[in-house]
Structure formats: C-alpha cells, structure tokens
Design a protein around this ligand. Structure first.
Ligand SMILES: O=C(O)CCC(=O)C1=CC=C[C@@H](O)[C@@H]1C(=O)O
Ligand SMILES: [Mg+2]
Length: 368
C-alpha cells in the first residue's frame, strides 16, 4: 500500500471536568489527529497522545508536529508499505519520539485493515468480542468528592477503579475508599510521585488489597522499582518506564514489576504494543491498556489492541461521554456494565465525524 496524502490536524477539545494528577491539572485537551489517505481515497486515522506540555513524558503536540512534518511524513509518503509492521522498522532510525511515530503507524494500521475489509482488532490478531474496562479518577479537592465519584462509577458498572495518588493524598485516602467500597477492584497510580526513601509509606498500601500500584517511582527507573517490588505485597505496574519491548524485557528480568500498562503511543505504536503483549504473555506478566484521555480515534485503537488475549485486566478506556460532550466518532464509545462491545466493521469500526472534527480543529495542513 501507499499513503499518498496526509492531513495533520491540531485539535482542541474541552473535557467535561478537569483532570488532576501528581504533576498538575488540565481541562483543555490539545492533540494531533493524523489522517492518511491511499490512492483510492480510503482514509486511515491515527491520534497522537502527546499532551500540550511535557509533563507525562518529553513529547508535546509541537514536537510531534515537527517530527511528523520534517521526518516521518517525508520518510513514508508515497513509499510502498507492504505491511503496517514495516512502519516502525522504517522509523527505527529516529530515537524515541514514540507518540509521533505511533500517530502515523496507527493511521496505517487502520488503513490496512480497511483495505483488507477486516476490523483492526482482527488485523492485530485479537479475538475478544467484548472487553472489560475500568475508570481512572484524578485527584479531587476532598475525599468526600472522590467517594461520590467512585460510587457513581461503580454504579455505572466499571470493573475497576483507579485513583491517582501523591504525597499527602495516599494512605488515608485509600483507607477511606476501602472502608466504603470493601470489594471493589481498586488500584492507585502515582505517576512517579515517590522515591525509594518513601518505601515505609508505600508498604502501608499493602493493607488495602490493591490490584496494583502504578508507577510509584521515577519515570525513567527500573532499578529502584525492583527493590520496591521485593518489599511490597502489592504488585507494581509500570507505565512511564516502559517505552519498548527491550524496556519490558529488562524490567521483567529485574523483577521491577508484576504487571505492565501498555499505552500504544508511549511505546511507538501497535506493532510494538503487540510485541510487548506477546513477551509478557510468555513470561506470565498480565497487561492492560492505559488511557491518555483520548478522543474517540485513540479510544478505538485502544479497544482494538485490548482484544489480544493477555489483556486480562480492565483498562482505562472509559466511555466517550465520561470525557466529552461530543466525541469525534460515530457511534461514540459506550460502556455497558463495564464492558465495551468491540466493533466488527472494517478498520477502527467507528466512523470519524468530520463535522465535529472540523468544529474542534485549530489548524490543519495537508502533505502530498
Ligand atoms: O482515562 C484515561 O484515559 C486515563 C487517564 C490517566 O490515568 C492518565 C492520563 C494521562 C496521563 C496520566 O496522568 C495517566 C496515567 O498515567 O495513566
Ligand atoms: Mg499511569
């Protein structure tokens, strides 16, 4: 196949509520959409999950635009691509910049699946027809507000609750949650807010029977996490530390975690996500799909990936309506009793809603 035109769109969408983590709060989500067209006018869609500011990792919307415009698009436009797996191979000379690579690669995967007339899930080798999902709740002003939100989401049927923690908003908060929701599948995400010296505090979390603690220590660490995992009963899950198959292999060999959160953008695309998935399956490490507050396009990619057989824990991919007044796809992603039905139509299985996309487009540029 050949991509003969690429459309890059800078999007800005307001979330229904601000999202707060250990590193800050935001409500306006700015991101890139990438549409890749082939010679027959078919379009594949990808989303860059890089945020406006470099607080989750070093990538931003602008660095992604630069990488795409100056390297990735010129490298791949009008070139023969035999299979989407070739995209990451061809881009492997570019160090990191995984979210930028992933935006292009995701669009090529969607295009490929459409050309084959099969769903993206099937193109990836996924088999599940329904996937279990959980919800991720940011840091709130008060514990009472948090408890109320948890109650709402438990009543909606979400299969697990993830809450963000940071120093000063951790052990006491988890204790309160457990008191009110003794049986809910519960986990905490620290987004690297702690250091190994906090080990005694982190050990106190063992008391709450958490499914896992996500990324407690530095975003570039796998050594201290191994030390911590040896001391904790609670499984450690790595998010920010894993950018590739090789990172995953090393973390598993060191014993740095017992679970891995796979985010497609963070690891450079669906091909690398599947390689990490397969490795984890071989090594007995369960995985789940992390969210980046995506629009429907990125959400659809997450859903397809989650159909692979070692995605045995509920992911972060909640319903469109949890984030947006109006999402960019038709139909929107809906969650029924904590489950998403995987679409069977070709490609992503959701139609990009061009009118709504236009409404939230700040600027766009075409490359051909
Ligand atoms: O609902 C989602 O899409 C997941 C939200 C979420 O937990 C995260 C989004 C973005 C950055 C992080 O704070 C984070 C995570 O670390 O998993
Ligand atoms: Mg995380």
């Amino acid at each position: 196949m050949k991509v003969t035109e690429v459309l890059l769109r800078h999007m800005k969408m307001r979330m229904k509520a601000p999202f707060t983590t250990s590193f800050g709060t935001f409500q306006d989500k700015e991101f890139l959409l990438l549409e890749a067209k082939d010679e027959n006018g078919l379009s594949g869609w990808g989303e860059s999950v890089a945020f406006h500011s470099p607080w989750y990792n070093e990538e931003t919307l602008k660095t992604n635009w630069h990488m795409l415009e100056d390297f990735i698009i010129p490298d791949l436009l009008n070139k023969e691509i035999r299979h989407p797996d070739e995209v990451s191979e061809k881009l492997s000379y570019i160090r990191k910049n995984n979210m930028a690579k992933s935006a292009f690669e995701g669009a090529v995967w969607d295009l490929y699946a459409k050309q084959q007339g099969i769903s993206l899930a099937k193109a990836l080798g996924g088999t599940a027809s329904n996937i279990e999902v959980g919800i991720s709740i940011g840091i709130q002003d008060t514990v009472a507000v948090l408890l109320k939100l948890i109650e709402e989401h438990v009543n909606e049927g979400y299969k697990r609750i993830k809450v963000k923690i940071k120093p000063g908003w951790d052990v006491d908060v988890m204790r309160e949650i457990r008191k009110h929701f003794p049986d809910v599948q519960l986990m905490a995400d620290a987004n690297s807010a702690y250091r190994l010296e906090d080990i005694e505090l982190l050990k106190q979390l063992d008391e709450f029977d958490l499914m896992m603690i996500e990324q407690p220590l530095a975003s570039d660490d796998i050594i201290d996490h191994a030390t911590l995992q040896r001391e904790l009963k609670t499984p450690v899950c790595l998010d920010e530390s894993i950018h590739s198959y090789e990172d995953a292999r090393k973390a598993i060999e060191l014993g740095s975690c017992k679970i891995i959160n796979i985010k497609i953008g963070r690891v450079g695309g669906l091909t690398e996500s599947r390689r990490i998935h397969d490795l984890c399956q071989e090594r007995g490490i369960p995985v789940w799909c992390g969210g980046m507050l995506e629009s429907g396009i990125g959400r659809a990619h997450n859903i397809a990936l989650t159909t692979l057989s070692n995605f045995v824990m509920p992911g972060d991919t909640a319903a469109s309506s949890r984030y947006w007044e109006k999402d960019l796809i038709k139909p929107e992603v809906t969650v029924d009793n904590g489950m998403i039905r995987v679409p069977e139509k070709a490609g992503l299985g959701y139609e990009p809603d061009l009118e709504t996309i236009k409404q939230f487009t700040v600027s766009e540029k075409s490359y051909s």
